[in-house]
Design a protein around this ligand. Structure first.
Ligand code: MN
Length: 202
């Protein structure tokens, strides 16, 4: 079964005014759709066909640019859509809150660290909150469509929150003001989903 473009779970305009509808529509229906189609093309007829995306990325040959870029793009955007929701922002679970406080001192300090990672990623890439076995959390950033599941990539661990800082993610509404987009992202994070992913990954 080929990979399918996942549905957002909310309308393109649901994240307004934090993320505008036109950006969401192009981002999902063009960019993410493109990564999905190209990933299917890149694995067609190979021994990667039929494997889960996590399995493919965990064991990725990093010199395989087609799978690295498009498998990363497929996975990263699927995670990104799921950790946003204006209607179900929820709460950070006690477990995740404890892990964040243990690592950063406070939720506010975590927000600063994550925002800095997102703001200082040069060019295109992603900022991440990752979980290591045992529950320790870490913030990092990766270039292009790399992510912490891939071998040898910064952070390691399992990503449970990701922010796309490619210009295609914000330029229509924010132009060069990436920091404003990062601030707005915190208004639409679905903490129930992030907490659920933390519990599953630790
Ligand atoms: Mn993107």
């Amino acid at each position: 079964m080929a990979f399918q473009l996942p549905e957002l779970g909310y309308a393109y305009d649901a994240l307004e005014p934090n993320i505008d509808a036109r950006t969401m529509e192009i981002h999902h229906s063009k960019h993410h759709n493109g990564y999905t189609t190209k990933l299917n093309g890149a694995i067609a007829g190979s021994d990667l066909e039929g494997k889960s995306i996590e399995d493919i990325l965990d064991n990725l040959d990093m010199s395989n640019a087609g799978v690295r870029n498009n498998g990363g793009g497929f996975y990263n955007h699927s995670l990104f859509w799921s950790v946003m929701n204006p209607n179900d922002k929820g709460e950070i679970s006690g477990d995740l809150k404890n892990a964040i406080e243990a690592e950063f001192g406070s939720e506010e300090a975590f927000k600063d660290a994550f925002s800095k990672a997102a703001a200082t990623q040069f060019g295109s890439g992603w900022a991440w909150l990752c979980v290591h076995e045992g529950g320790k959390v870490e913030v990092c950033a990766t270039p292009n469509q790399d992510n912490p599941l891939m071998p040898g990539v910064t952070c390691g661990g399992t990503p449970i929150l990701g922010l796309d800082v490619w210009e295609h993610a914000y330029y229509l509404n924010y132009q060069n003001r990436r920091p404003d987009y990062i601030t707005a992202f915190f208004n639409v994070i679905n903490w129930n989903e992030v907490s659920k992913r933390y519990a599953a990954a630790k």
